[in-house]
Design a protein around this ligand. Sequence first.
Ligand code: NAD
Length: 472
Amino acid sequence: MHQNLINRIYIDGQFVTPHGTELFDLHSPATGQVMGRVQLADEVDAGLAVAAAKRALPAWSATSREERIDALRRLRDAVAARLEDLKEAVVVEYGGPVRNAYLVDSIAGAFTDMIKTLEGFEFTRQIGNAIVEMAPIGVAGLIMPWNSDAFFISDKLATALAAGCTAVIKPSEMSATQTQVLAEALHAAGLPHGVFNIVTGRGDVVGTTINRHPDIAKISFTGSTEVGKMIMREASDTLKSLTLELGGKSPSIILDDADLEEAVTGALRAGFVNNGQACVAGTRILVQENQLDDVLALITKKVGTDYPVGDPRDPATAIGPMVSLHQWERVQSYIHRGIEDGARIVVGGPGRPDELPDGYYVRPTVFADVSNDMTIAREEIFGPVLTVITYRDEDHAVEIANDTTYGLHAYIFSGDPARARRIASSLLAGRVSVNGGFEQLAPFGGFKQSGLGREYGSFGLEGFLEPRSVML
Ligand code: NAD
């Protein structure tokens, strides 16, 4: 047996060896070396997981609010007990800098958030002569990306269970280490068998089985827009309910009345979050043309001082390696494309940083002289590569911000809250953050090709419920 072989999936309350035999190498992003292998689940495993979730559904969907809250508390405590192991897994497997390890706390926090939502949620509403019951939709397929696998598992699972649904979880095949730790924690919570099942496998094998399975009523997917469209096509035959959290090309609008130092700090934070591998990354920084030189000077200074690239284990590191060689090559190709299209590199550039010849390290790169129709301003790069685009006036800023196929997030930096609030209302984005504002329980999701539906809080919970009108 390979030393670091992960060959356990979780079906009907048991860890079992997959029927699938394909092995997938797990690489260390920091060195590029193979650090382990995962034995992938196949269609047979996925079918068994769906069958287990289907068997568990009648009893779970009949549980009371109190029983679900109790289960979510047990899951939260069991996950909280393994946070240190999860932090280690994220650093080693994903290349997440240790100084951002606190973000891992949200994996347990997702259960706390759903408990709060459940406590105040109205499952029964009166409309005229009708009593509207919000009923669990059925067995849910939950499909994760690699860029925050464990958090998305917790968040989607907490929401599905709160609604009274049972679940088949398809983690990213690239996140098997994190998934393994989390699965052990979830198992330790002692929920009824089959309520959740975890089948790590390929998207075109396990994912496709979920997309087409007649016993899956709902899919909640986080990942790329391309795969989201594929899921929608495949799920259409059985007319599944879909929540799709997809890509983004979010604008960070720096208004001329903003404190420039604070605005640039905020815009870089929004752009480089999670090594730039974030759907919500603010990758288009919009600057009024007469402030361009000042903003570029601040960007150059701050990227140099605040964003050291390096080993994710080094507490000084702000930007760790890309998750995979494929992702590194993809980011490099966009940097080259930006240069070919005539954009000017302000900081960074192609290739690895000089002192980091191994691993999947990228130089944090910012382009100026970018027009919004260039490829680097239109496509999601998913790495620490930002574009600075100038606008003439407020209307022009809004026009550029909205001129994208995406609409996941937007950021505004301004010294005038009323003005920022007014502009926020013209942005075609599911979330608009003003001067760093944040609310976890607010609905999360995208306009346009950033997705369908919303997650988090009561809006997220409704995505797993069907209204049933009983008319008296
Ligand atoms: P991806 O779309 O390549 O894969 C996501 C998941 O889908 C993986 O588990 C993969 O195995 C699976 N998959 C692949 N083909 C499938 C198919 N035909 N049917 C079902 N499942 C299939 O995305 P990724 O590269 O893992 O993640 C990066 C992408 O995720 C980026 O585009 C990013 O913007 C997006 N993302 C969005 C959000 C959000 O909330 N909007 C959050 C994080 C990441």
